[in-house]
Design a binder for this molecule. Structure first.
Ligand SMILES: *[C@@H]1O[C@H](CO)[C@@H](O)[C@H](O)[C@H]1NC(C)=O
Ligand SMILES: *[C@@H]1O[C@H](CO)[C@@H](O)[C@H](O)[C@H]1NC(C)=O
Ligand SMILES: *[C@@H]1O[C@H](CO)[C@@H](O)[C@H](O)[C@H]1NC(C)=O
Ligand SMILES: *[C@@H]1O[C@H](CO)[C@@H](O)[C@H](O)[C@H]1NC(C)=O
Length: 239
Protein backbone atom coordinates (compact mmCIF):
# COMPACT_ATOMS: atom_id res chain seq x y z
CA UNK A 1 0.00 0.00 0.00
CA UNK A 2 2.72 2.42 1.02
CA UNK A 3 4.72 1.56 -2.09
CA UNK A 4 1.66 2.23 -4.23
CA UNK A 5 1.14 5.66 -2.68
CA UNK A 6 4.80 6.56 -3.05
CA UNK A 7 4.78 5.41 -6.69
CA UNK A 8 1.66 7.51 -7.25
CA UNK A 9 3.28 10.60 -5.75
CA UNK A 10 6.44 10.00 -7.78
CA UNK A 11 4.38 9.67 -10.98
CA UNK A 12 2.53 12.92 -10.30
CA UNK A 13 5.82 14.60 -9.39
CA UNK A 14 7.50 13.43 -12.63
CA UNK A 15 4.65 14.75 -14.76
CA UNK A 16 4.67 18.12 -13.03
CA UNK A 17 8.43 18.30 -13.52
CA UNK A 18 7.97 17.58 -17.22
CA UNK A 19 5.38 20.34 -17.45
CA UNK A 20 2.60 18.02 -18.57
CA UNK A 21 -0.78 19.26 -17.38
CA UNK A 22 -2.51 15.93 -17.99
CA UNK A 23 -2.38 12.48 -16.55
CA UNK A 24 -1.17 9.76 -18.89
CA UNK A 25 -3.35 8.17 -20.18
CA UNK A 26 -5.71 11.02 -20.98
CA UNK A 27 -9.27 9.93 -20.24
CA UNK A 28 -11.99 11.57 -22.36
CA UNK A 29 -15.71 11.15 -21.79
CA UNK A 30 -18.89 12.12 -23.60
CA UNK A 31 -20.12 14.17 -20.67
CA UNK A 32 -20.52 17.84 -19.63
CA UNK A 33 -17.32 19.30 -21.06
CA UNK A 34 -17.37 18.66 -24.79
CA UNK A 35 -13.67 19.45 -25.29
CA UNK A 36 -10.80 17.13 -24.56
CA UNK A 37 -7.07 17.90 -24.94
CA UNK A 38 -4.42 15.23 -25.48
CA UNK A 39 -0.68 15.56 -26.10
CA UNK A 40 0.83 14.10 -29.27
CA UNK A 41 2.21 10.67 -28.37
CA UNK A 42 0.02 10.38 -25.27
CA UNK A 43 -2.28 7.41 -24.68
CA UNK A 44 -5.98 8.25 -25.06
CA UNK A 45 -8.81 6.38 -23.36
CA UNK A 46 -12.22 7.23 -24.74
CA UNK A 47 -14.90 6.06 -22.33
CA UNK A 48 -17.94 4.47 -23.97
CA UNK A 49 -21.33 4.29 -22.22
CA UNK A 50 -22.78 1.26 -20.44
CA UNK A 51 -25.47 0.89 -23.09
CA UNK A 52 -26.68 -2.08 -25.14
CA UNK A 53 -26.59 -0.39 -28.57
CA UNK A 54 -24.37 2.46 -29.70
CA UNK A 55 -22.26 3.77 -32.61
CA UNK A 56 -19.10 5.88 -32.46
CA UNK A 57 -18.24 8.06 -35.46
CA UNK A 58 -15.53 10.48 -36.48
CA UNK A 59 -16.02 11.28 -40.17
CA UNK A 60 -17.07 7.70 -40.70
CA UNK A 61 -18.18 4.89 -38.41
CA UNK A 62 -15.45 3.78 -35.99
CA UNK A 63 -17.28 1.37 -33.71
CA UNK A 64 -20.66 -0.35 -33.92
CA UNK A 65 -21.60 -1.91 -30.57
CA UNK A 66 -24.49 -4.32 -30.16
CA UNK A 67 -24.64 -6.18 -26.85
CA UNK A 68 -26.38 -9.11 -28.54
CA UNK A 69 -23.40 -9.76 -30.84
CA UNK A 70 -21.53 -12.95 -30.00
CA UNK A 71 -18.10 -11.30 -29.98
CA UNK A 72 -17.12 -7.74 -29.06
CA UNK A 73 -16.69 -5.40 -32.04
CA UNK A 74 -13.33 -4.31 -33.44
CA UNK A 75 -12.76 -0.63 -34.28
CA UNK A 76 -12.84 0.18 -38.01
CA UNK A 77 -9.90 2.58 -37.66
CA UNK A 78 -6.34 1.26 -37.27
CA UNK A 79 -4.44 1.99 -34.00
CA UNK A 80 -7.64 1.91 -31.91
CA UNK A 81 -8.48 -0.95 -29.57
CA UNK A 82 -11.82 -1.64 -27.88
CA UNK A 83 -11.75 -3.11 -24.36
CA UNK A 84 -15.13 -4.75 -23.87
CA UNK A 85 -14.79 -5.31 -20.08
CA UNK A 86 -14.92 -1.63 -19.27
CA UNK A 87 -16.20 -0.26 -22.61
CA UNK A 88 -13.07 1.76 -23.32
CA UNK A 89 -11.68 2.78 -26.70
CA UNK A 90 -7.89 2.94 -26.41
CA UNK A 91 -5.48 4.79 -28.70
CA UNK A 92 -1.90 3.93 -27.75
CA UNK A 93 -0.23 7.00 -29.22
CA UNK A 94 -2.33 10.00 -30.26
CA UNK A 95 -1.49 11.84 -33.49
CA UNK A 96 -2.67 15.27 -34.70
CA UNK A 97 -4.83 13.55 -37.31
CA UNK A 98 -6.87 11.92 -34.51
CA UNK A 99 -8.24 15.38 -33.66
CA UNK A 100 -11.85 15.96 -34.57
CA UNK A 101 -15.46 15.84 -33.46
CA UNK A 102 -16.39 12.38 -32.25
CA UNK A 103 -20.10 11.55 -32.22
CA UNK A 104 -21.74 8.97 -30.01
CA UNK A 105 -25.20 7.76 -31.00
CA UNK A 106 -27.10 5.62 -28.52
CA UNK A 107 -30.10 3.58 -29.64
CA UNK A 108 -32.73 1.62 -27.76
CA UNK A 109 -33.22 -2.11 -28.44
CA UNK A 110 -35.73 -1.35 -31.22
CA UNK A 111 -33.06 0.67 -33.04
CA UNK A 112 -34.69 4.04 -32.32
CA UNK A 113 -32.47 7.05 -31.52
CA UNK A 114 -32.12 7.40 -27.77
CA UNK A 115 -29.46 10.11 -27.48
CA UNK A 116 -26.59 11.67 -29.36
CA UNK A 117 -23.57 13.56 -28.04
CA UNK A 118 -20.36 14.97 -29.46
CA UNK A 119 -16.86 15.39 -28.12
CA UNK A 120 -14.22 17.63 -29.64
CA UNK A 121 -10.85 15.87 -29.30
CA UNK A 122 -7.81 18.15 -29.75
CA UNK A 123 -4.37 16.61 -30.07
CA UNK A 124 -1.62 19.18 -29.41
CA UNK A 125 2.16 18.96 -29.64
CA UNK A 126 3.56 19.85 -26.17
CA UNK A 127 5.63 23.00 -25.57
CA UNK A 128 9.36 22.50 -26.15
CA UNK A 129 12.57 24.43 -26.93
CA UNK A 130 11.58 27.71 -25.29
CA UNK A 131 14.19 30.32 -26.24
CA UNK A 132 14.39 33.96 -25.21
CA UNK A 133 16.56 36.41 -27.12
CA UNK A 134 16.78 40.17 -27.32
CA UNK A 135 18.15 42.80 -29.61
CA UNK A 136 18.88 46.51 -29.25
CA UNK A 137 17.19 48.70 -31.82
CA UNK A 138 18.82 51.97 -32.96
CA UNK A 139 15.71 53.84 -31.81
CA UNK A 140 16.76 53.27 -28.21
CA UNK A 141 14.50 50.33 -27.39
CA UNK A 142 15.10 46.69 -26.65
CA UNK A 143 13.14 43.97 -28.43
CA UNK A 144 12.74 40.75 -26.43
CA UNK A 145 11.66 37.75 -28.43
CA UNK A 146 10.45 34.37 -27.24
CA UNK A 147 10.14 31.33 -29.46
CA UNK A 148 9.00 27.78 -28.80
CA UNK A 149 7.77 24.67 -30.56
CA UNK A 150 4.29 23.23 -30.00
CA UNK A 151 0.65 23.83 -30.94
CA UNK A 152 -1.64 26.71 -29.88
CA UNK A 153 1.05 28.47 -27.84
CA UNK A 154 0.24 31.23 -25.36
CA UNK A 155 3.01 33.48 -24.06
CA UNK A 156 3.33 35.09 -20.62
CA UNK A 157 6.15 37.26 -19.32
CA UNK A 158 7.62 38.32 -16.04
CA UNK A 159 10.84 39.96 -14.91
CA UNK A 160 12.81 40.74 -11.79
CA UNK A 161 12.54 44.46 -12.52
CA UNK A 162 9.00 45.32 -11.57
CA UNK A 163 6.23 47.60 -12.76
CA UNK A 164 6.61 47.14 -16.46
CA UNK A 165 3.58 48.09 -18.48
CA UNK A 166 5.44 47.07 -21.64
CA UNK A 167 5.71 43.44 -20.51
CA UNK A 168 2.36 42.47 -21.96
CA UNK A 169 1.21 38.91 -21.67
CA UNK A 170 0.00 37.12 -24.74
CA UNK A 171 2.61 38.28 -27.23
CA UNK A 172 5.79 36.47 -28.25
CA UNK A 173 7.65 39.78 -28.71
CA UNK A 174 7.82 42.63 -26.22
CA UNK A 175 9.38 46.07 -26.57
CA UNK A 176 11.27 47.51 -23.58
CA UNK A 177 12.82 50.89 -23.01
CA UNK A 178 16.56 50.65 -23.38
CA UNK A 179 17.67 51.07 -19.77
CA UNK A 180 16.30 47.81 -18.39
CA UNK A 181 18.71 45.29 -16.93
CA UNK A 182 17.94 42.00 -15.21
CA UNK A 183 16.23 38.71 -15.84
CA UNK A 184 13.22 38.27 -18.08
CA UNK A 185 11.29 35.00 -18.10
CA UNK A 186 9.05 33.83 -20.91
CA UNK A 187 6.35 31.31 -19.92
CA UNK A 188 4.85 29.29 -22.75
CA UNK A 189 1.81 27.07 -22.38
CA UNK A 190 -0.87 25.27 -24.31
CA UNK A 191 -3.65 22.94 -23.15
CA UNK A 192 -1.36 19.97 -22.58
CA UNK A 193 1.93 21.37 -21.27
CA UNK A 194 3.95 24.37 -20.20
CA UNK A 195 7.60 25.38 -20.07
CA UNK A 196 9.67 28.52 -19.57
CA UNK A 197 13.09 30.00 -20.09
CA UNK A 198 14.94 33.03 -18.78
CA UNK A 199 17.44 35.43 -20.23
CA UNK A 200 19.49 38.18 -18.64
CA UNK A 201 19.20 41.60 -20.25
CA UNK A 202 22.34 43.75 -20.40
CA UNK A 203 22.35 47.41 -21.21
CA UNK A 204 22.39 48.18 -24.89
CA UNK A 205 25.62 49.74 -26.24
CA UNK A 206 25.33 53.50 -25.64
CA UNK A 207 23.21 55.15 -28.27
CA UNK A 208 23.53 53.57 -31.67
CA UNK A 209 22.70 56.99 -33.12
CA UNK A 210 26.02 58.41 -31.87
CA UNK A 211 27.83 55.40 -33.34
CA UNK A 212 26.17 55.86 -36.74
CA UNK A 213 26.84 59.64 -36.71
CA UNK A 214 30.55 59.13 -35.98
CA UNK A 215 30.73 56.56 -38.75
CA UNK A 216 28.97 58.91 -41.22
CA UNK A 217 31.30 61.79 -40.20
CA UNK A 218 34.36 59.62 -40.88
CA UNK A 219 33.02 58.60 -44.30
CA UNK A 220 32.42 62.25 -45.22
CA UNK A 221 35.98 63.24 -44.19
CA UNK A 222 37.44 60.32 -46.16
CA UNK A 223 35.40 61.15 -49.26
CA UNK A 224 36.38 64.83 -49.12
CA UNK A 225 40.05 63.94 -48.68
CA UNK A 226 39.84 61.59 -51.69
CA UNK A 227 38.03 64.13 -53.83
CA UNK A 228 40.56 66.76 -52.68
CA UNK A 229 43.55 64.61 -53.71
CA UNK A 230 41.99 63.86 -57.10
CA UNK A 231 41.56 67.57 -57.72
CA UNK A 232 44.94 68.61 -56.40
CA UNK A 233 47.21 65.97 -57.99
CA UNK A 234 46.35 66.74 -61.63
CA UNK A 235 47.16 70.41 -60.96
CA UNK A 236 50.56 69.48 -59.51
CA UNK A 237 51.32 67.39 -62.60
CA UNK A 238 50.37 70.19 -64.97
CA UNK A 239 52.76 72.64 -63.29
C1 LIG B 1 -10.16 -0.41 -19.08
O1 LIG B 1 -9.36 -1.56 -19.31
C2 LIG B 1 -8.09 -1.31 -19.88
C3 LIG B 1 -7.41 -2.65 -20.18
O2 LIG B 1 -7.44 -3.48 -19.07
C4 LIG B 1 -7.28 -0.45 -18.91
O3 LIG B 1 -6.02 -0.14 -19.49
C5 LIG B 1 -8.03 0.85 -18.65
O4 LIG B 1 -7.34 1.63 -17.68
C6 LIG B 1 -9.44 0.55 -18.15
N1 LIG B 1 -10.17 1.80 -18.05
C7 LIG B 1 -10.93 2.12 -17.01
C8 LIG B 1 -11.60 3.44 -17.04
O5 LIG B 1 -11.06 1.36 -16.06
C1 LIG C 1 16.72 27.75 -22.41
O1 LIG C 1 17.51 28.41 -23.38
C2 LIG C 1 18.81 27.88 -23.52
C3 LIG C 1 19.59 28.79 -24.47
O2 LIG C 1 18.89 29.06 -25.65
C4 LIG C 1 18.71 26.44 -24.03
O3 LIG C 1 19.98 25.87 -24.15
C5 LIG C 1 17.86 25.63 -23.05
O4 LIG C 1 17.66 24.33 -23.55
C6 LIG C 1 16.53 26.30 -22.82
N1 LIG C 1 15.78 25.60 -21.79
C7 LIG C 1 14.54 25.12 -21.98
C8 LIG C 1 13.92 24.51 -20.78
O5 LIG C 1 13.96 25.18 -23.06
C1 LIG D 1 12.05 35.51 -32.79
O1 LIG D 1 12.98 34.44 -32.81
C2 LIG D 1 12.68 33.42 -33.76
C3 LIG D 1 13.67 32.31 -33.58
O2 LIG D 1 14.97 32.77 -33.34
C4 LIG D 1 12.70 34.02 -35.15
O3 LIG D 1 12.35 33.03 -36.09
C5 LIG D 1 11.69 35.15 -35.22
O4 LIG D 1 11.77 35.76 -36.49
C6 LIG D 1 11.98 36.18 -34.15
N1 LIG D 1 10.92 37.17 -34.16
C7 LIG D 1 11.15 38.48 -34.07
C8 LIG D 1 9.93 39.34 -34.09
O5 LIG D 1 12.27 38.94 -33.96
C1 LIG E 1 1.69 37.62 -16.98
O1 LIG E 1 1.87 36.22 -16.76
C2 LIG E 1 2.70 35.93 -15.62
C3 LIG E 1 2.96 34.44 -15.63
O2 LIG E 1 1.80 33.69 -15.85
C4 LIG E 1 2.02 36.42 -14.35
O3 LIG E 1 2.83 36.14 -13.24
C5 LIG E 1 1.79 37.93 -14.48
O4 LIG E 1 1.07 38.38 -13.36
C6 LIG E 1 1.02 38.27 -15.77
N1 LIG E 1 1.00 39.71 -15.94
C7 LIG E 1 -0.08 40.38 -16.34
C8 LIG E 1 0.10 41.86 -16.50
O5 LIG E 1 -1.14 39.82 -16.57
Amino acid sequence: MRILIITGILLIYTQVAMGLLFQDPAVCRFTQRNQCYVAVGQQLHLQMPQEDVFDLKLTSLILRYRKTQSSPPTPRLPRWKFVNDNKTMILTSAERSDSGTYTLNIYDVDGKDKSSSTLQVNIEAPVSSVKVSYSCLPTGVMKVNCSADGDNLRFNWNSDFNALPQLKNGSSTVILEQDHQGKVTCHVENHVSRDHNTTELHQCPDSMIVFVSVWLFEVIILVSVLVGTLHIYPRIYRK
